[in-house]
Design a protein around this ligand. Structure first.
Ligand code: HEM
Ligand SMILES: *[C@@H]1O[C@H](CO)[C@@H](O)[C@H](O)[C@H]1NC(C)=O
Ligand SMILES: *[C@@H]1O[C@H](CO)[C@@H](O)[C@H](O)[C@H]1NC(C)=O
Length: 343
């Protein structure tokens, strides 16, 4: 266990060293009269242009507007917190965090089959309307969604982290691309591949899957686990038998919902991970993180070290929010209405 903690710690250090290396020029030894050769400018990743102080002057109230709106909406409907976190993931998972998931036209990501259970669009519209009132044409929808996901996490008892700002909104959104986002029936290899394309590691996969410590799932998404798994005519053998029976009862109607974390569905804790050790994972992709040798020791680590999970969740969420962001001068735009590209 110690061993693993150390490995994960070192992995993070390596990542930090990567980032540091892009900023800190290597010291050239002074060699007599030999002039140092001019070096090519280092190529920074787009996320290096994000900054926590991006709106400090142009929209000083931004974070308090978002915070107040998220609080008010979640107070009325507590299920919205989880939905906003998921919406942010689905945004970043396709074309990066560029609010492409919010575009509302025929054939957009939002209209895809894989997006039909996404929620929280009205909350983002409400935040955007107030932000436009106070800071017109300044704040991107992608930044709003990212900060709203952070505030939603905090509201359900998760960690706080500083959100780097400066994302632009994308102009393209294609339904077909949204259907590539994992749906819950993939194997670990394809999950790892998908995350790798986003610049995320197996650590991020296990840690971010921990978001399933809250929220709900449509019965429709797990139906095949309950009756005819993988064409065998039998339920998924990796489901605890009592849990299976309970799920069958709760899912008589495929339009019903079940909690992703069966023990503490409203608390941001490590029960999601301890459940996996008891065959109590709701999605097959959750349960597979425990049976796959590449991810199992990390699941055990999270289950036994809650502080580590909480800290790493914040780190991985920042990485998620930095995925393929549009930051160049000529890239993207600041949308005036999150539902539509500007004229
Ligand atoms: C690893 C791959 C992932 C898969 C296969 C997956 C799959 C799913 C599925 C099938 C649902 C239920 C949707 C429904 O039918 O209503 C769900 C819900 C949810 N997912 Fe994931 N997910 C993944 C990763 C993530 C990540 C990275 C996050 C955020 C960091 C996340 C956050 C959530 C949340 C909060 C919910 C509950 C939504 C609600 O209650 O409205 N998921 N996920
Ligand atoms: C995982 O799923 C992919 C895509 O469906 C498939 O091509 C691959 O063979 C699967 N790998 C394993 C090890 O089952
Ligand atoms: C699903 O079925 C395929 C082929 O029938 C098999 O190779 C695979 O191991 C099965 N997957 C699980 C998780 O049982």
């Amino acid at each position: 266990m110690r061993w693993f903690l150390l490995t994960v710690f070192l992995l993070n250090l390596l990542h930090l060293a990567d980032i540091a290396a892009t900023f800190i020029p290597k010291q050239q030894p002074l060699m007599g009269r030999v002039l140092p050769k001019a070096k090519a400018a280092p190529v920074l990743p787009p996320s290096a242009f994000l900054s926590t102080t991006y709106y400090l002057k142009s929209c000083p109230n931004l974070e308090s507007i978002i915070h107040q709106k998220v609080n008010a909406w979640v107070q009325k409907d507590s299920t919205l917190a989880a939905s906003i976190i998921r919406l942010h993931f689905h945004d970043c998972a396709v074309r990066g965090c560029d609010a492409s998931i919010l575009l509302n036209h025929p054939g957009s990501e939002r209209s895809a089959e894989a997006s039909r259970t996404l929620r929280g669009f009205t909350l983002i519209d409400d935040i955007k309307a107030e932000v436009e009132r106070q800071c017109p044409k300044t704040v991107s929808c992608a930044d709003i969604l990212t900060a709203a996901a952070r505030d939603a996490t905090l509201l359900v008892g998760g960690p706080f982290w500083e959100v780097p700002f400066g994302r632009k909104d994308g102009k393209f959104s294609i339904a077909k691309e949204a259907n590539n986002v994992p749906q819950g029936h993939e194997n670990v290899t394809s999950l790892l591949k998908f995350f790798d394309k986003m610049g995320l590691t197996f650590v991020d996969l296990v840690v971010l899957s921990g978001a399933h410590t809250i929220g709900r799932c449509n019965c429709y998404s797990i139906q095949q686990r309950l009756y005819n798994f993988n064409g065998t005519g039998k339920p998924d053998p990796s489901l605890n038998i009592n849990y299976l029976n309970s799920l069958r009862k709760q899912c008589r109607l495929s339009s019903n919902y079940v909690n992703l974390d069966v023990t503490t569905p409203k608390t941001f804790d490590v029960a999601y991970y301890t459940n996996l050790g008891k065959k109590l994972g709701l999605l097959s992709t959750d349960q597979l993180l425990y049976s796959d040798s590449r991810t199992r020791s990390l699941v055990d680590l999270m289950a036994s070290q809650p502080e580590f999970f909480i800290g790493q969740f914040a780190v991985s969420m920042v990485k998620l929010g930095n995925t393929n962001v549009l930051t160049g001068k000529k890239q993207g735009e600041v949308r005036q209405n999150c539902n539509y590209v500007n004229y």
